[in-house]
Write a protein that binds this ligand. Sequence first.
Ligand SMILES: *[C@@H]1O[C@H](CO)[C@@H](O)[C@H](O)[C@H]1NC(C)=O
Ligand SMILES: *[C@@H]1O[C@H](CO)[C@@H](O)[C@H](O)[C@H]1NC(C)=O
Ligand SMILES: *[C@@H]1O[C@H](CO)[C@@H](O)[C@H](O)[C@H]1NC(C)=O
Ligand SMILES: *[C@@H]1O[C@H](CO)[C@@H](O)[C@H](O)[C@H]1NC(C)=O
Length: 325
Amino acid sequence: MIIMVPALVILLGAAMILQAEFLPDEKLLLLPPVNFTIKVTGLAQVLLHWEPNPDQKPRNVNLEYRVKINAPQEDDYETRNTKSKCVTILHRGFSASVQTILWRGPSLLASSWVSAELKAPPGSPGTSIVNLTCTTNTVADNYTHLRPYQVSLHCTWLVGKDAPEDTQYFLYYRYGSWTEECQEYSKDTLKRNIACWFPRTFIQGKGRDWLAVHVNGSSKHAAIKPFDQLFALHAIGNDEQKPLTRWFLIVLMATICFLLLMSSLLCRMCHLWTKLFPPVPAPKSNIQEFFITTNYEKAGSTETETEVISYVEEPGFETLEDSVF
Ligand SMILES: *[C@@H]1O[C@H](CO)[C@@H](O)[C@H](O)[C@H]1NC(C)=O
Ligand SMILES: *[C@@H]1O[C@H](CO)[C@@H](O)[C@H](O)[C@H]1NC(C)=O
Ligand SMILES: *[C@@H]1O[C@H](CO)[C@@H](O)[C@H](O)[C@H]1NC(C)=O
Ligand SMILES: *[C@@H]1O[C@H](CO)[C@@H](O)[C@H](O)[C@H]1NC(C)=O
């Protein structure tokens, strides 16, 4: 121990000197990342990717990045990675910026920003669907499938007010890495799709992923603007609570049974203990007399044993009587 303390001090000192050597110079100039790209990787999902600036010196400092989402909704966060996934609606376009940052104690060094954007998809105004609402419904499965329940999805919408009469709409949903196109549409009098029903989906009732819904369309007379919407499943589907609650109850019951069993076993052991080793008499006890009664019921037998243990305090000493009827 006495030898170890100086050794530790030396190690600590060496670590501090090493760190001092690697500490960035006061005039360290941070350079922005290069090759920043935004790629659509799924419905309502993009991947931002960039590379550290190859001219950045020194190279051994702990660089981080700050990502700022400018549209469709402002957001910003920091990361050590050089890529980042974003789940977001894309029908109004998407734009983001990234900069190199370095924390030095409480102060922050930052480079200039680099930006990239995705243009909004083309389409005439007023042609996209409006008032999209979706509901999910969870039903217990009959165990012919892998999951104990199935989630269906039903969406309805209104035709865009300036959509030509020959407009046809198509609905897709994405959940995690699964994307499906609707196969069962309901139509209005002009045979335009205005609702969709998926009897089965890849949606997991208890999942935390966003449900992304994308509705695009086509017409001979105009480009139809697509429409995206994200749904938080806890906000639309709560039936999936049921199997969970059932499991919770089963676990709770099992725990209670276990505890009861343990406590009864403990009681039996204590009981045996008092029988084998009678308690040392307490001279000033004012308990005159007490009984412990235990009933045993044997399965398949009508016989009932009653065990009575009685302590009777007598002047000077205590006796233990154990009688079985
Ligand atoms: C950036 O992209 C260019 C062109 O694709 C490529 O030549 C270059 O190596 C990339 N730079 C880095 C640091 O990846
Ligand atoms: C559609 O939604 C808008 C608001 O987003 C609302 O004002 C309008 O009443 C809705 N239309 C119908 C037919 O529900
Ligand atoms: C179980 O579900 C499948 C598919 O939904 C259905 O074809 C089958 O008849 C069901 N079986 C029972 C016993 O309900
Ligand atoms: C609609 O979106 C789906 C999924 O992104 C795409 O495969 C399809 O080509 C699009 N259809 C039209 C008419 O834009």
